[in-house]
Design a protein around this ligand. Structure first.
Ligand code: NAD
Length: 365
């Protein structure tokens, strides 16, 4: 993609969203200077910031800006102190997140425990000693969350019946499985497909479909795990995993479980990718963290690493993305910590000081 066409919609949102996105933008500006790239940033309101400004969590202008951009760089939305006043269908999380993720079938969540943060992981040092570096590839547009029929109906004899439908087609499974195989080719060459094929028909189709594709990727070692076993292995032996590919609900749960391995929510980036028709969407996995918002103590590294994912996946700028990731590694190796990474709070630096530290360490290799 030529630099002139690199349009980024910036949606800081609520709580710590604006604080961490500001640091991400600082880092992207530094990338412009060092690598001669030019990004066109356009900011727009989303979440409660948008409700206050325009009366709705995802204004039409914001939606249009995202549709006309090459990538969306998103902070977080939500404010539990205000959310109860809104019906579920108008709350920022479903309106903004589901609205902007529409058409994006692949959710990529890398979970990496930096070796010098091993103390921040809740797992015993010997469990994480083998390293934690996992990419979870979650199917994002199918399965239980979207299947029909869905809903609650009253029963004549009293009470209700509730139904959710888990449905997958071969094409949907092949599409996400290919993301998994290609991701494994670019990493450690191991793909673990997670399902519940001993019980669920959708999982049996899932396993058959993934297995049938394996011959096209002879350089990838494919394995299968039942989701319950995977949940256990993630905390027993996280270093056994390279890339995990799984369906929507299993991926939702497993990726939150795995996020704990990294030591802090403030360390984890994510990307939602489609087939080119919808604008790719990049966000730190954490929420608006109202408990620390406005204090300047949030960890901006998840947002900064999200910016790196955006450069790699939306713009094919791998050297620039690697420069950001190396700068993060260097800052951590130099002992720099925000409050979430230094439990006693001793020597913790601010959100903007961490952003500055990353900026200082970005260079061409
Ligand atoms: P949260 O991720 O906002 O916070 C969970 C805990 O992690 C808090 O103690 C918080 O202080 C800490 N934390 C999170 N990010 C951090 C960071 N960068 N640096 C340091 N500490 C960090 O989750 P929550 O408290 O369950 O939700 C708060 C609000 O955010 C809710 O309204 C929720 O609906 C919303 N939410 C939004 C998104 C999103 O926009 N994608 C995701 C999750 C939650």
């Amino acid at each position: 993609m030529s630099p002139e066409t690199t349009r980024i919609a910036v949606l800081p949102g609520d709580g710590i969203g604006p604080e961490v996105i500001a640091e991400g933008l600082k880092v992207l500006s530094r990338v412009e200077d060092v690598f001669g790239q030019r990004f066109r940033f356009t900011e727009a309101p989303v979440g409660w910031a948008a409700i206050d400004a325009c009366g709705t969590a995802l204004p039409e202008d914001t939606r249009r800006l995202c549709a006309e951009s090459d990538a969306v760089f998103f902070g977080a939305v939500g404010d539990p102190s205000r959310d109860p006043s809104l019906p579920p269908g108008e709350r920022p999380e479903p309106v903004a997140l589901l609205g902007l993720r529409k058409g994006l079938h692949a959710n990529l969540r890398p979970v990496r425990l930096h070796p010098c943060l091993a103390d921040s992981s809740p797992l015993r040092p010997e469990v994480v000693a083998g390293g934690v570096d996992i990419l979870i590839v979650r199917e994002l547009t199918g399965g239980l969350y979207y299947g029909r029929p869905k809903g609650r109906t009253p029963l004549p004899a009293g009470g209700e019946q509730a139904v959710d439908t888990m449905a997958y087609t071969t094409a949907e499974i092949e599409r996400i499985a290919r993301v998994g195989f290609r991701s494994a080719q670019g990493r450690g060459g191991r793909l673990c497909s997670v399902d519940k094929a001993n019980i669920l028909a959708t999982s049996q189709l899932w396993r058959d479909t993934v297995t049938a594709l394996a011959g096209e990727y002879p350089d990838v070692a494919l394995s299968h795990l039942y989701v319950d076993n995977c949940a256990m292995q993630l905390i027993r032996n996280p270093s056994e995993f390279d890339v995990i590919v799984t369906e929507n609900t299993f991926g939702d749960i497993l990726s939150d479980e795995a996020s704990v391995l990294a030591g802090s929510m403030g360390m984890l980036p994510s990307a939602c990718l489609g087939d080119g028709a919808a604008t790719p969407f990049f966000e730190p996995i954490h929420g608006s963290a109202p408990d620390i918002a406005g204090q300047g103590i949030a960890n901006p590294l998840a947002a900064i690493l999200t910016a790196a994912m955006m450069l790699r996946h939306a713009f094919n700028l791998a050297p620039e993305a690697a420069a950001i990731e190396q700068a993060v590694d260097l800052a951590l190796a130099d002992g720099l910590r925000t409050a979430d990474l230094s439990p006693a709070g001793a020597g913790a630096i601010s959100c903007s000081a961490m952003g500055d530290a990353i900026v200082e360490r970005i260079q061409r290799s």
